[in-house]
Design a protein around this ligand. Structure first.
Ligand SMILES: [Zn+2]
Length: 295
């Protein structure tokens, strides 16, 4: 699943290429991808005429701010209306910025046409991704499921060691499961949770309540470090991730433990172990990430 660095990479690409472009139409090839509005024709009709003014990211959600000039009331005074387009890529969603004449990949689900024959093309093999159009009279949080329950952005100044201690110290569940909880840290997923735990030398099964203050401090630092490093490298190549020009990221080649089962640890050469934890794979080095004493 694309995580914070991958979604941020897509956002940066969209911000560079699609700003000030106006939606002229489109095509929905798979109905269920559009989560709102409930009537498919409404989605494309409403979007038409709106111009993209900014791309935000919140956790793993992409959020475009849209603007349209309308004539309101009998006085016919032009005024600007603001709405939003929300996109969640889930497992295998890809957003591509292409010319409309380019052949459609087999898993193309939604096509959004913009000026000059360009198109924002949504491709998704597993079809878990969703797209929302948020009407001007509604807030994105009230329409887009999950958006209102997100925890802090780990790259924001509010994400402090104190916040992390306060959020996790009383929990008994393993630290790995807690890191995947979007209501605590928005945008973390399996790849960067494994990587951050390796960098901080913490075993993924450690119950949060057993972590020392020093360990939480190291973890806080590692979370920020691995996310920043990956954004700098354009995200990972795992799970078919590509940026909006269809190019893979580079973090995969640099990973410490993720997807490296039975390969030597880059620090101590011990084989990396893969373990199922809450239904997800965890990768770690049993030597560099020892189980806490008295656990
Ligand atoms: Zn090791």
């Amino acid at each position: 699943m694309p995580e914070l660095p991958e979604v941020e990479t897509v956002r940066l690409g969209l911000q560079q290429t699609t700003l000030h472009q106006t939606f002229t139409g489109g095509q929905v090839l798979l109905r269920r991808i559009v989560a709102y509005p409930p009537i498919m024709n409404d989605f494309l009709d409403h979007l038409k005429g709106y111009t993209i003014t900014h791309w935000h990211r919140r956790g793993k959600y992409l959020l475009a701010q849209l603007e349209k000039s309308t004539l309101s009331g009998s006085l016919s005074t032009p005024s600007n209306v603001i709405s939003h387009l929300g996109i969640h890529l889930r497992m295998t969603g890809q957003l591509l910025w292409v010319n409309q004449i380019q052949p459609l990949p087999i898993h193309t689900r939604v096509r959004l046409f913009l000026n000059a024959g360009q198109e924002l093309r949504y491709v998704d093999q597993r079809t878990f991704g969703r797209i929302w159009w948020v009407p001007p009279d509604k807030s994105p949080e009230s329409v887009i499921s999950g958006l209102g329950n997100l925890g802090l952005e780990p790259l924001s100044t509010q994400f402090t060691v104190e916040y992390l201690i306060h959020q996790i110290h009383h929990r008994r569940r393993p630290i790995k499961s807690t890191l995947l909880d979007q209501t605590i840290i928005a945008g973390m997923g399996n790849i960067y949770a494994d990587e951050a735990l390796f960098v901080s030398g913490i075993n993924p099964v450690t119950p949060c309540s057993k972590l020392t203050i020093q360990q939480i401090q190291r973890l806080h630092h590692s979370i920020i470090q691995v996310l920043r490093d990956s954004i700098g490298l354009g995200g990972t190549t795992f799970r078919n991730f590509v940026n909006i020009k269809g190019i893979n990221g580079n973090y995969g080649g640099q990973a410490w433990v993720y997807n490296r089962e039975r390969q030597p640890c880059l620090i101590c050469t011990t084989d990396i172990v893969r373990l199922k934890l809450s239904g997800r794979s965890s990768h770690f080095c049993p030597v560099c990430q020892p189980v806490n004493e008295a656990q």
